[in-house]
Design a protein around this ligand. Sequence first.
Ligand code: UDP
Length: 330
Amino acid sequence: MKVLVAGGAGYIGSHCVRQLLAAGHESVVLDNFAYGHRAAVPADAKLHDASLADAAALDCIFKSGRIDLVMHFAAFCYVGESVTAPLKYYLNNVTGTYTLLDAMLRHGVKKFVFSSTCATYGVPASLPIVEGMPQAPINPYGQTKLDVENALKALAHAQSISFAAFRYFNAAGAAEDGSIGEDHDPETHLIPLAIGAAQGIRPALQIFGTDYPTPDKTCLRDYVHVDDLSRAHIAVFDKLAKPGAALFYNLGTGAPTSVLEVIQAVEMVTQLKVPVKYAPRREGDPPALYANAAKAQRELGWKPKFRSIEPIVESAWRWHSRKPRGYEDR
Ligand code: UDP
């Protein structure tokens, strides 16, 4: 397959590009480097420095060679920012995606793999979360992803595309060889912040909320390795041969892990102390989110290779200990 990877220089996209190449597929990366990193793109992937919103650039890419399938990772993903700057999120995550889909339709490309999120569920009525549960996002970020999911359903119904939307739980970890990893600016995610605090290059880690109705009173999340996420994107290819396919899958390990358990794992793996500060709850954080990913297992044969927090943190540590300041390209 020749795959156009929108956002292929970002955290999840760049891991997926490597997996695509390793599986013998061809990869064309589209990224405008608002958040992506050039060094995360392997030399054997063709790179286009352009925005999703640039219809003329998309036409050039689709004209320059047959594309079989598009994977789309190029979204803004800061929940807090989506609350204060919602239009930025609607313009990029929704309008930008529609521009990409419109270009696909113009050029007869019909297969689409979309990065969605467990944030589309909002505060779940029960746990673990299954795909058929009501979706009621509690922030604009989750709403933009749900808007796209709904548009994709309509496009598949019209037989314009076949798609799979993967609802990620907490993407974490790094390539097993430590060559690429997580580097967000600003960084807001728990594992890189805890490792950076342990290394003494970031401030003490704030634990957001110690009064949740959970066993140790901190939030429970489902951390899933970025290479496991990537494998699901490739495992779905065969299913997209069916015209009008409309597929939704949760991707998580199903193992709820608390903030305190993540900190313990970081201390065990790094053999360093994580300095912490207790802080109030962060707005918009549900107490617990974890997946039932049986559908992906049943239909795609997807089984996460990383099933607990320690090996995920170990892989992250290989990256952060080698590149404590990330790609250093800002
Ligand atoms: N968290 C925390 N301190 C931080 C960052 C995150 O206590 O500095 C908590 C956060 O409240 C959530 C969990 O860690 O319960 C995972 O947060 P992250 O931002 O990594 O991912 P999210 O669940 O928001 O997608």
